[in-house]
Design a protein around this ligand. Structure first.
Ligand SMILES: *Cc1c(COP(=O)(O)O)cnc(C)c1O
Length: 354
């Protein structure tokens, strides 16, 4: 056992928790009382501290603002019936954050800094973790360049922070998606496998165009030929075709989702055939026309499962089977919830108690 880091803690003298209506939590608007912050200066991590949630001071020349030198993560904490706070697979987010950091020429975050920061922050703000069914505390770790230098080069100073915000029960309304065959989210050799700020800004415009045509989001295809399906909005995508669970295999242009990994682990555990491979648009469209596609859904931390009810392709809309008939995704959603809220045995060891 290593001792925990010496995190200095400055608590707020005016908690804002009274402003939160736990029966009606707005998404991403009210942040918990405290944040965790640490600075990387002169080649080392310094001054880990917890302070009241507040606005930042940052150099107007920071490469985070100009060149997107920033990476982030998203994970959730849940409260079980005993009032304990449990975090879903934080080790996976830790690993992935460092994969993103390396690609962006940023220093790796030491394991102890990440976990001590996370645990101490959640311990102090544990009252902010809502307990009603479907609610959780969204956790946003992020790392950004804190240089005061406008040149383009690897940065030297950074800040690592964690903020959190309570989120309400996410009613995942089934979505209509359009297969995108012009715009590209990520390309081979690019940074699509990272959660870095610069991947998300440019994806908003094509999504907005699709929304103007009545779709909710896009099914992204590969940047070279627009021939293979990659992701759905900011989620990974899965298909049940002929009873098999099929999802695009990982690569430079696909984010290694933790929900994706968890859903595949459950499917394998239940004895289902799971295929990770290239998924051709044409293959899916023919399978839909032949009635062999029983389920299509997005997977990600925000919604866990987002059912896809319709796919638009080259001007035609294809309806998918009714959501109530989707045995696999409905079951996986329920089992994942049961694991997260501690209602069934956590046989994969996914939950981390604060
Ligand atoms: C975060 C994210 C996902 C989902 O990852 P989870 O770890 O399951 O939340 C999928 N695709 C993109 C592009 C993402 O940013």
């Amino acid at each position: 056992m290593i001792d925990s880091l010496n995190i200095s803690v400055k608590k707020t003298s005016a908690s804002r928790i009274g402003q939160l209506d736990f029966a009606n939590i707005p998404f991403g608007k009210i942040y918990a009382d405290h944040l965790f912050t640490a600075s990387y200066i002169d080649g080392g991590w310094k001054t880990p501290e917890i302070v009241p949630y507040e606005d930042l001071r940052i150099s107007p020349a920071s490469p985070a603002l100009h060149y997107g030198i920033s990476v982030f993560e998203g994970l959730k904490a849940y409260k079980n019936d005993q009032g304990e706070v449990l975090v879903f697979r934080p080790d996976k987010n830790f690993e992935r954050m460092n994969v993103s950091a390396e690609r962006m020429c940023m220093p790796l975050i030491p394991e102890q800094l990440y976990f001590d920061g996370l645990n101490t922050l959640l311990d102090i703000d544990r009252d902010w973790v809502p307990s009603a069914q479907g609610t959780s505390l969204y956790i946003r770790p992020f790392l950004f360049s804190d240089d005061d230098y406008i040149g383009i080069r690897p940065s030297q100073n950074f800040r690592f922070m964690i903020i959190t915000c309570p989120v309400g029960a996410y009613y995942a309304k089934p979505v209509k998606v359009k297969i995108e065959t012009h715009y590209t989210r990520a390309a081979e050799g690019g940074s699509g496998f990272c959660k870095t700020g610069c991947n998300y800004g440019p994806a908003i415009y094509p999504a907005k165009l699709a929304q103007e045509k009545g779709y909710d989001q896009l099914l992204w295809t590969d940047g070279k030929e627009h021939r293979y399906i990659e992701e759905s909005g900011t989620m990974n995508v899965m298909f049940i075709i002929d009873g098999k669970l099929i999802t695009p295999s990982l690569g430079d242009s696909i984010l290694d989702g933790i929900t994706r990994d968890s859903v595949m682990a459950l499917a394998s555990d239940w004895g289902m055939d799971v295929e990770e491979r290239k998924v051709e648009v044409n293959e899916v469209m023919s399978a839909i026309k032949e009635g062999r596609v029983s389920e299509v859904f997005g997977v990600g931390t925000a919604a866990t499962i987002a059912q896809i009810e319709l796919i638009g392709h080259e001007g035609t809309d294809y309806e998918l089977p009714a959501v109530e008939t989707r045995e696999f995704s409905n079951k996986v959603l329920k089992v994942l919830d049961d694991i997260k809220y501690g209602r069934i045995e956590d046989k994969f060891g996914w939950m981390h108690t604060v």
